[in-house]
Design a protein around this ligand. Structure first.
Ligand code: TXA
Ligand code: MG
Length: 356
């Protein structure tokens, strides 16, 4: 055990001194050595900010669970800087799988693979598989190279809260809990990576993200792979059958309500809150409906030009709602195509299945 990890265990309840580092060569080098020595570093990626630790150091990884308040049965993603490192941390990657990986990595996608012995059980929550991601984000990959070890990193939020997509959000969630936070730009994608597993001739989607079902079908077609959605997000019927208590995730303090068309707000199923942030696109309803909502006092309306823009801003708007104490966010529930599937997955959980 390194001095750094030992000290953290002794000082459980004590705040940690957090360095703010820039993503310059010096900043990345310093953050890399903090990671190598067993410290925790928050860093930007193209999807969301991650809370990183040396993936080969069980104690450092245990601190991730402590700092996040994360249940021990939820495994971590291990981040590498290139596919060349893959054989060190995985076993028996079939050729078909490797061909798909080559075509989408580095990128916003995570592959679940059989794990090598060197990956500690705490990282994989005792599973025989390990989730591997190679971020497209240049500075994230440089950080991993400076660290010289694979980096285990979940999203840098406290468990249950929205993932941070800006430095401000990451700072808010983790300052005083980690050794360093790298000050990067807002995340380009804004939703966590697609998590997939290739078994037999199937690409199984476990968590939808920017790499969509359609993208996966395209990536797999040369190898004769079919794509199956196991994320439970494909259902075209909204509202979904049974929302229930399992959807405790991505939740801001503000109550999130979903709507399938702006016209639903004329005659809502529940009384509208006195003020709210409204998130929609030009496809969310007629221009008359949009004008109506824009005229409501106390409502701040964002009309994103595309689903990608909507996805990029979703978690940041959850944060804005809490920062400015809006009681609610009214969010459009888009069709399940492309990144719409990932948006629906996060929205349903954030709203606990609540529709207007
Ligand atoms: O974009 C992302 O993926 C971000 C950035 C930081 O890389 N990370 C992230 O990590 O979202 P986290 O911990 O918030 O989500 C990891 C997801 C969880 O749903 C976890 O259950 C799943 O990946 N996962 C990890 N290891 C797994 C495994 N061996 N088998 C199946 N699912 C796994
Ligand atoms: Mg997360």
């Amino acid at each position: 055990m390194t001095e750094r990890t030992a000290k953290r265990i002794l000082d459980q309840a004590m705040p940690v001194e957090t360095k703010i580092l820039d993503t310059t060569e010096e900043g990345l080098e310093e953050a890399g050595s903090i990671l190598r020595e067993g410290g925790l570093v928050v860093f930007p990626t193209e999807t969301v900010y991650g809370l990183g630790a040396n993936a080969l150091n069980s104690e450092a990884c245990r601190n991730i669970f402590r700092v996040k308040g994360r249940p021990a049965d939820n495994p971590l993603i291990v981040h590498l800087s290139s596919l060349q490192e893959l054989p060190l941390y995985t076993r028996e990657v079939p050729d078909t799988c490797f061909r798909v990986m080559e075509r989408c990595m580095p990128g916003p996608v995570t592959f679940v693979l059989p794990k090598a012995f060197c990956i500690p059980d705490i990282v994989t929550a005792g599973l025989p598989t390990v989730a591997i991601r190679i971020p497209a984000h240049e500075e994230a990959r440089k950080l991993i190279r400076y660290a010289g070890v694979p980096i285990a990193a979940p999203s840098a939020n406290r468990s249950g809260e929205p993932s941070p997509t800006t430095f401000e959000m990451a700072h808010h969630a983790m300052f005083g809990r980690v050794d360093a936070i790298l000050r990067g730009e807002p995340c380009r994608i804004g939703l966590e990576s697609s998590v997939i597993q290739i078994r037999g001739n199937r690409i199984e989607l476990l968590r939808p993200g920017f790499i969509s079902l359609e993208d996966l079908a395209y990536l797999g077609q040369d190898s004769g792979l079919e794509v199956v959605d196991l994320s439970g997000s494909t259902s075209e019927t909204a509202p979904p059958p049974s929302p229930g208590m399992k959807y405790l995730h991505y939740k801001p303090k503000a109550t999130v309500y979903l709507f399938t068309s702006l016209s639903d707000l004329r005659n809502p199923l529940e009384p509208l809150p006195p003020s709210a942030i409204v998130l929609c696109t030009p496809k969310s309803g007629t221009s008359e409906d949009l004008t109506m909502v824009r005229e409501w006092k106390g409502f701040r309306v964002h009309v994103y030009e595309s689903l990608k823009e909507y996805a990029r801003n979703l978690f940041a708007q959850f944060h804005e709602a809490d920062k400015y104490t809006y009681p609610a966010v009214l969010a459009w529930y888009p069709p399940a195509k492309g990144i719409g599937l990932a948006l629906r997955n996060r929205l349903i959980k954030a709203a606990g299945g609540r529709f207007l």
